[in-house]
Every structure is written in structure tokens, then in C-alpha cells.
Design a protein around this ligand. Structure first.
Ligand SMILES: *[C@@H]1O[C@H](CO)[C@@H](O)[C@H](O)[C@H]1NC(C)=O
Ligand SMILES: *[C@@H]1O[C@H](CO)[C@@H](O)[C@H](O)[C@H]1NC(C)=O
Ligand SMILES: *[C@@H]1O[C@H](CO)[C@@H](O)[C@H](O)[C@H]1NC(C)=O
Ligand SMILES: *[C@@H]1O[C@H](CO)[C@@H](O)[C@H](O)[C@H]1NC(C)=O
Ligand SMILES: *[C@@H]1O[C@H](CO)[C@@H](O)[C@H](O)[C@H]1NC(C)=O
Ligand SMILES: *[C@@H]1O[C@H](CO)[C@@H](O)[C@H](O)[C@H]1NC(C)=O
Length: 494
């Protein structure tokens, strides 16, 4: 009996011993031994902490926990609202886990440093409570998967550092017009594994976004389009292209096993014989209107236009009108309107001068012809797509609506992209219509799956806009379903 009791005691001790280091929360804040507390700053850097101290004062504004071994940030790291906390430093912690509720009590954060950790993925809506966040440091992690809605709700985010990770897709949605983060002016995806950039979309962005769009030292495939973009950015003295001139490299396609990295700006002479980049003039025909953009490297600058021959803009002369967004509208054009227009832009930290050369052709005829041509092309395009839709509707052999195999395949693959746990439970359910009726799949998809996709499909984020106006019928529909299929095929993963 004694032996049994001893054994029990031993087991109890062992259990306690095992449980103790695995406690979910740390000890209370100690402002003498482990942390330095200076008014509203709490600094516990390099103290070998494995948990965040508890009972942090409510007035804490800066919490420095860098260089510790906090490898999980659980939801309960703080149970009180730290409404004064604006900076949280968690770099160099070996952090591999972020609870989806890690930030619900620190909604006033403006600066969050999660750099140099072991994070591998960013889940949906993980940063959503951080509406005030301005700077997010995520460099030097192992991030390869980013949910498309991971950065949703970060309406004040100005700078996002994602360099030195394992990202393989450029997150265009963060900068693209309709879905972009409104305040973002620096996005760093350098030193990742990106092979291709959406060059046309990037080129169409305003200069103040491109200025802070760092993408050097990836595994980009060399092409003359890439050369063209980088050279243009350098000519415009955009920081992202100028500051890391020598790190802008690409990989020559279709060579031997060992891939050759070359400087992008050498492509013209050494490898691909790309044509010289010329900054194009603005060209237009008589009696037309022309809008000149003052495309500055900084947002919200004070802008002023000067006409060719150094003539300042006057209020009375309606031929030249500066619009609210800083652009200059000229027209109806006359041959004498050709020349160099100058935009002087200034802000507290930068003065910029932008020259736009305008060439007015001495004819109206070509303009007219051009228009008729465009109309014909559009009409032809519409006819072709109508025919395609008819072929699709009537000539596709069997659409197999009741076919269980095809049906469930589609659903299952779609689902597995959104949530692996959901697809597990789904796989055990019998295929067929009753699955849909049970509502699990559909409900989950609608409720949490990917609101951005849904928004896009509903046309809120991606409403039928200028580019769709030419052919609204079948074409518009197809395009939208295309967008849907793209986002579910190349899913949330970056
Ligand atoms: C840090 O803490 C771990 C256990 O939490 C311990 O094994 C290790 O020796 C500590 N290192 C230092 C430098 O104190
Ligand atoms: C380029 O990226 C690789 C990893 O992708 C990194 O190891 C290397 O240090 C980077 N080089 C520079 C110059 O940043
Ligand atoms: C580069 O292309 C131009 C015209 O396309 C051609 O005249 C020239 O010979 C080419 N140079 C090389 C080195 O291939
Ligand atoms: C506007 O200015 C241009 C060039 O300065 C001049 O040729 C033109 O006659 C002016 N038009 C009016 C209506 O003042
Ligand atoms: C911009 O130009 C104005 C006047 O031309 C000058 O007073 C100001 O110092 C300049 N600002 C910068 C940042 O260079
Ligand atoms: C434009 O063309 C017309 C005839 O086509 C000619 O009379 C006029 O001189 C030309 N103007 C200029 C500026 O070349």
C-alpha cells in the first residue's frame, strides 16, 4: 500500500512538473528583475521570457518583448484591454503561432514588430482589430502563405514589411485600385521567391505608390518588359528602383541547370537586346482634349502648372484648366498647344518638377478614323463572345448536373482551399445533393470563407467599371466568373 501511495505521489509530482513549464500565461510583471518600467514604457527585452508577463498596467503605451523566447502569442496573453498601447515589439522571439484573437485587446496599436521570428502563415482577418495600425513589420520570417483577407481592416496601414520570407506571389490586391489598403505607401516584398510580377498593373499605378514598392532580390524571370519597367522607374528616380539598383536582378529563362542571375538594367546590352526605353510624349489630334497627369513621387503635394514658354496658368483662359486632382486639362487642342508643360509640386519634404511634352498633330481626320475602328473592334468582340456563349450553352456534351462525382469534386476542392479542417469533415459526408442541403459547405463558405471573393463576385469591390462598359452582356458576366475562378484556384495563398 505504501508503495502504491509513493508511486501515486511520484506520478502527481511528475504531472505537476510537466504542467508547470507549459503554463499558458507568464508570471505577473516584475518591474525590478525581468522588466524595466519607465512611466508608460515597459521593456523586458533579452530576459529569456517564454511568456508575456501578466497584470500589465493599463496605461502601458510601449511594450518591448524583443529577444525573448515567446514562441506562441496566445489569445489570453492579456485579458484586460490595453487601450493606451501603441507599440508592441515582439521581434526575435522564435514566434511560430499567432492566435486569431491575439490582438483583440490592443486595438489602439500603431506599431507592431513581429520581425525575425518563425511565422509561416498569416490567417484570415488576423490583424483585423488593428484599425489604427500604421507600421507592420513581418520581415525575416518564413511566411509562405498569406490569406487574401489577412490584412483586411488595416485601413490606416502605411508601411508593410514582408521582405526575407518565402512569398511566391506578388500581393497585387494590396495596391490595386479598388481593393487597395487606402493609406499604404510602402510595401516591401524584396528577397522573397516571386517569379513574376504583374508588370502592366504595376506600371499603371501612380508614382507615389511605385516609389515605395520594393521588390528587388526575387527570382524574377528576365524579360524586356521587366527591363522596361525597372528602367522607367529609375528614370523617374523612384526610391524602390534607385536605392537598390544593384539588387534588381532576374533569372535568364531557358538556360542550363544553374540559373544565371543578371542585373535587370544589363538586359538590353548583354542578353535580350531589349529596345531602348523612351519616355513617350503625349500625342493628340486637333480639337481634342488632353489631360496631363502630374505624377509625383509623394502623395498629396501642392501642385502648380506652367504652360510652354513659361506662361503661368490664368483663371480666364478656359483652354487650360487645372482640375481638383492636380491634373491639367487642355482643349480643344490647337497646333500651337504643342510644347513642354511643367508641373511644380512641393511638400514639406520634397520639391518635384515634372515635364510633359505634348505633340498636337495638325489633323483631325486620323482621330475620326481611329474612333470608327475602335467601334468596329468592339462590335466584333461582342459578336464573338455571343457566339462563344452559344457554343458553350448548346454544344457542350453533358453538363452532368446530377453527376455526384463531378459535383462533389468541385465542391471539395473549393472547400479544401478555404479551410483544411472543414474539408476533413466534409470528406466523410456522403456526396450528393443532401450535402448541400445540410448547409455545412455553403454556410461556411458564405459566413467565413473569403469575403473578398464574395465581394468581388457581388461586384462591390469589382463593380462593372470603365473597362467593362463596351460590352456589358455576356462579356461582363464571364469576366466576373473568371475573377471568381482565379481567386479560388490561386487561393488565399501568396
Ligand atoms: C532560458 O530559459 C530556459 C527555460 O525557460 C532555460 O533552459 C535556459 O537556460 C535559459 N537561458 C538563460 C540564458 O537564462
Ligand atoms: C536575397 O535574398 C536571399 C533570400 O531570398 C537572401 O538570402 C539574400 O541575403 C538576399 N540578398 C540581398 C543582397 O539582400
Ligand atoms: C538588336 O536588335 C536590333 C534591332 O532589333 C538589331 O539591329 C541588332 O543587331 C541587335 N543586336 C544584337 C546584339 O543582337
Ligand atoms: C489662352 O492662352 C493661349 C496661349 O497663351 C492663347 O493663344 C489663347 O488665345 C488664349 N485664349 C483665351 C480665350 O484667352
Ligand atoms: C522647395 O522649394 C522652395 C522654394 O522654391 C524652398 O523654399 C524649399 O526649401 C524647398 N524645399 C525642399 C524640401 O527642398
Ligand atoms: C496645318 O494644316 C493646314 C492644312 O492642312 C495648313 O494650312 C496649316 O498651315 C498647318 N498648320 C501648321 C501649324 O502646320
Amino acid at each position: 500500500l505504501l508503495l502504491l501511495l509513493l508511486l501515486l505521489l511520484f506520478l502527481l509530482l511528475l504531472l505537476l512538473h510537466l504542467a508547470a513549464p507549459d503554463r499558458l500565461v507568464g508570471g505577473p510583471l516584475d518591474c525590478h528583475k525581468t522588466c524595466v518600467c519607465a512611466s508608460n514604457i515597459v521593456s523586458c527585452s533579452k530576459m529569456n521570457l517564454s511568456n508575456v508577463p501578466t497584470a500589465l498596467p493599463k496605461y502601458t503605451a510601449v511594450l518591448d518583448l524583443s529577444f525573448n523566447s515567446i514562441n506562441k502569442l496566445r489569445a489570453e496573453w492579456t485579458t484586460v484591454s490595453l487601450s493606451k498601447l501603441h507599440s508592441l515589439l515582439l521581434s526575435n522571439n522564435g514566434l511560430t503561432f499567432l492566435s486569431s484573437e491575439a490582438f483583440i485587446y490592443v486595438t489602439k496599436l500603431r506599431y507592431l514588430d513581429l520581425s525575425s521570428n518563425g511565422l509561416r502563415q498569416l490567417d484570415e482577418f488576423i490583424f483585423e482589430p488593428l484599425e489604427q495600425l500604421e507600421v507592420l513589420m513581418l520581415y525575416n520570417n518564413r511566411i509562405s502563405q498569406i490569406d487574401r483577407s489577412a490584412f483586411a481592416g488595416l485601413n490606416n496601414l502605411e508601411r508593410l514589411y514582408l521582405s526575407q520570407n518565402q512569398i511566391s506571389r506578388f500581393p497585387l490586391e494590396l495596391v490595386k485600385e479598388r481593393s487597395r489598403l487606402k493609406a499604404l505607401r510602402l510595401l516591401d516584398v524584396s528577397s522573397n521567391r516571386i517569379k513574376a510580377m504583374p508588370l502592366d498593373e504595376l506600371q499603371a499605378l501612380p508614382a507615389w505608390i511605385k516609389n515605395g514598392l520594393y521588390f528587388h532580390n526575387n527570382s524574377l524571370t528576365c524579360s524586356c518588359d521587366l527591363y522596361d519597367l525597372v528602367v522607367r522607374w529609375q528614370l523617374k528616380e523612384l526610391s524602390s528602383a534607385v536605392d537598390y539598383k544593384s539588387s534588381h536582378t532576374c533569372v535568364i529563362p531557358g538556360r542550363h541547370q544553374q540559373k544565371e542571375k543578371v542585373a535587370i538594367t544589363d538586359l538590353d546590352r548583354m542578353h535580350l537586346n531589349c529596345s531602348e526605353v523612351k519616355v513617350r510624349d503625349k500625342e493628340a489630334y486637333l480639337n481634342r482634349y488632353l489631360v496631363l497627369d502630374c505624377d509625383t513621387r509623394q502623395k498629396d503635394m501642392e501642385k502648380r502648372w506652367v504652360l510652354p514658354g513659361n506662361i503661368p496658368l490664368s483663371q480666364e483662359n478656359k483652354t487650360y484648366e487645372m482640375l481638383k486632382d492636380g491634373t491639367l486639362r487642355i482643349g480643344p487642342l490647337k497646333a500651337e498647344d504643342s510644347g513642354v508643360y511643367t508641373c511644380y509640386a512641393s511638400s514639406d519634404s520634397l520639391n518635384e518638377t515634372i515635364y510633359v511634352t505634348v505633340v498636337v498633330f495638325n489633323s483631325t481626320l486620323s482621330g475620326g478614323l481611329e474612333n470608327i475602328k475602335t467601334a468596329y473592334t468592339t462590335l466584333a468582340g461582342c459578336l464573338v463572345s455571343v457566339v462563344m456563349v452559344l457554343i458553350y450553352l448548346y454544344l457542350t456534351p453533358c453538363r452532368c448536373a446530377g453527376c455526384p462525382g463531378q459535383h462533389s469534386d468541385k465542391l471539395a476542392s473549393r472547400d479544401s482551399l478555404h479551410s483544411s479542417s472543414a474539408s476533413l469533415s466534409k470528406a466523410q459526408e456522403p456526396p450528393g445533393p443532401e450535402r448541400v442541403e445540410s448547409g455545412g459547405t455553403l454556410y461556411r463558405h458564405v459566413a467565413f470563407a473569403d469575403p473578398k471573393d464574395l465581394l468581388e463576385q457581388n461586384g462591390r469591390l469589382n463593380p462593372i467599371g470603365e473597362e467593362d462598359e463596351e460590352c456589358l452582356g455576356e462579356r461582363g458576366e464571364r469576366r466576373r466568373s473568371d475573377a471568381g475562378s482565379v481567386s479560388s484556384d490561386t487561393p488565399m495563398v501568396v
